[in-house]
Design a protein around this ligand. Structure first.
Ligand code: UN1
Length: 499
């Protein structure tokens, strides 16, 4: 089947077409990557690090072109697309030196003439399945450390981001990663699931990395679990922003606008619900509403807060989420809701709304536990607002839906910050900053419905792509039995000092 990836801001612009891979194609790519892995693992880690350095420099030299492709293929505004490519470069910069570290330990033995060591070994071949919203940065969080540590990869990008994936893979190959070591398979979800099952059973895949929905994450967890593997899962979020009475309201409004509506709300770290303290509720809400009403939406190559939805499916899902608005809610934020068109216009729209899949920003006021919008990840330009009177209540509201990816608190009181930090179940927390915008060298990941506790980025992701090997080396010339042949020095347990 041929899949057309189209520019969501201008749907008559076909960016690329792909013959979607069958399950057998996926298995074949996994087999090729699997066979290439031992050779890649034999390349000394510092030499692999130099390859990652070369990849980083090539991506830097192609930064504008790759960012322009991100904007064209998925509609991310150009400054954010540049930031996304920078995140790939940052990831290469972090890992290029890791090839000269990949530290293991030397550890004393309990016996003489014996030494203990630990080594990080590559796991084997990783199947990496990624989403369209961060078509370069999030894949790089898997690909770069997986390759650096000596694994091979079969990468299944989102079909809607197939052109960016093809370009990124070409840059990685041009940087020196052999084509067999990084295979790209553009396939739909169903074929990927079937191919993955077969490739796991054949022993071609030793690790699965997945970024996407909680529902698919559960399936991948079940599949890999049957093969005694633990996947790296980066799933959805319903990220809270808690606004305390002493918050800087200008900062709150700026942060919530970017967190809620940047990338048209299509980040897993996007703001889900803003919880505002009773004492400043009216002021924060009215200023946030005014900012959203005035924000420019439209052509992602222009000066706008956000552009189109990634693809038609994302717009359709957003329209479905609007059905979850209940009579006790009040909707704010735009001159309409749903798709922006000439007949359902958005004041100040930049460009031609009918040319693409654009959606009005929506603020839904009056969110409470029990509402579908309290615990549904909406992944679009929809932000909930609710109120609270104590920090404990805000923490309970932040955690009650079971997601735990990102979170934010706005306050100037250190006591509130530390209590929120300890109480919130999210894997990531911002203080006086957006729920989105994680830096590339901090652990990224979530808890509960947001993931299985795996972390990407920085040194933490090394535990996803390597396995510890413990070695003991006995050079005493005799069999020394651990726990049994241990030296016992004489001591006197009854000794007491005089006094
Ligand atoms: C995602 O939405 O899957 O923290 C990742 C951020 C980005 C990455 C988001 N650096 O918003």
């Amino acid at each position: 089947m041929t899949f057309s990836s189209v520019n969501p801001a201008q749907i008559d612009d076909v960016v690329a077409q792909f013959d979607l891979a069958s399950p057998a194609d996926f298995v074949e790519s996994a087999r090729i990557a699997h066979e290439a892995q031992p050779g890649w693992a034999r390349v000394p880690a510092p030499a692999r690090g130099r390859v990652i350095a070369q990849v980083g420099r090539l991506i830097e030299a192609n930064k504008e072109a790759l960012a322009a492709l991100v904007t064209r293929e998925i509609g991310k505004v150009y400054p954010e697309a540049l930031g996304e490519v920078q995140e790939v470069i940052d990831t290469c910069d972090f890992f290029l030196g890791e090839g000269r570290r990949l530290y293991g330990q030397t550890i004393p033995s309990e016996m003489p003439d014996k030494q203990l060591f630990t080594f990080r070994n590559p796991i084997g071949t990783a199947a990496i399945i990624t989403a369209a919203n961060f078509p370069a940065a999030v894949p790089s969080w898997y690909l770069i450390p997986a390759l650096l540590t000596g694994n091979s990869v079969v990468w299944k990008p989102a079909e809607h981001a197939g052109a960016v994936a093809t370009a990124l893979a070409a840059l990685i190959h041009a940087g020196g990663v052999p084509t067999d070591v990084l295979q790209v398979v553009v396939a739909d979800g169903e074929s990927t699931a079937a191919g993955l099952e077969t490739a796991l059973a054949a022993g071609y895949i030793q690790k699965v990395g997945f970024t996407g929905s909680t529902a698919v994450g559960r399936e991948i967890g079940a599949t890999t679990g049957r093969h005694l593997q633990s996947p790296c899962l980066e799933l959805g979020g319903k990220n809270p922003m808690v606004v305390m009475p002493d918050a800087d309201i200008d900062l709150v409004v700026e942060g919530a606008l970017f967190a809620g509506f940047g990338t048209a709300g299509q980040r897993c770290t996007s703001l889900g619900t803003m919880w505002i303290h009773d004492d400043i509720y009216d002021e924060v809400l009215s200023r946030f509403v005014a900012a959203v009403e005035q924000a420019a939406v439209g052509d992602p190559t222009g000066e706008v807060l956000y552009g189109p939805m990634i693809a038609e499916k994302y717009l359709t899902d957003h329209l479905g989420h609007l059905e979850l608005v209940q009579p006790h809610h009040t909707v704010h934020g735009s001159t309409g809701t749903g798709r922006i068109t000439a007949s359902n216009p958005r004041a100040g729209f930049v460009g031609d709304p009918d040319a693409g899949w654009f959606a009005h920003p929506v603020i839904v006021e009056g969110i409470k536990p029990g509402d579908a919008l309290y615990d549904t990840e909406t992944f679009g330009p929809l932000v909930g607002v609710g109120r609270f009177s104590t920090l404990d209540e805000a923490i309970a509201l932040s955690n009650g839906h079971g997601y735990g990816l990102s979170s934010a608190i706005y306050t100037s009181d250190p006591k509130s910050i530390w209590r929120f930090r300890a109480g919130v179940s999210a894997g990531m927390l911002s203080v006086n900053n957006s729920t989105s915008g994680a830096e590339a060298h901090l652990p990224f990941g979530g808890n509960g419905k947001s993931g299985n506790g795996s972390r990407q980025s920085g040194i933490w992701v090394l535990d996803q792509f390597t396995r510890w090997q413990a070695m003991n080396w006995d050079y005493s010339g005799k069999l020394q039995k651990a726990q049994m042949d241990v030296i016992d020095l004489p001591h006197n347990p009854d000794f007491r000092i005089n006094g």
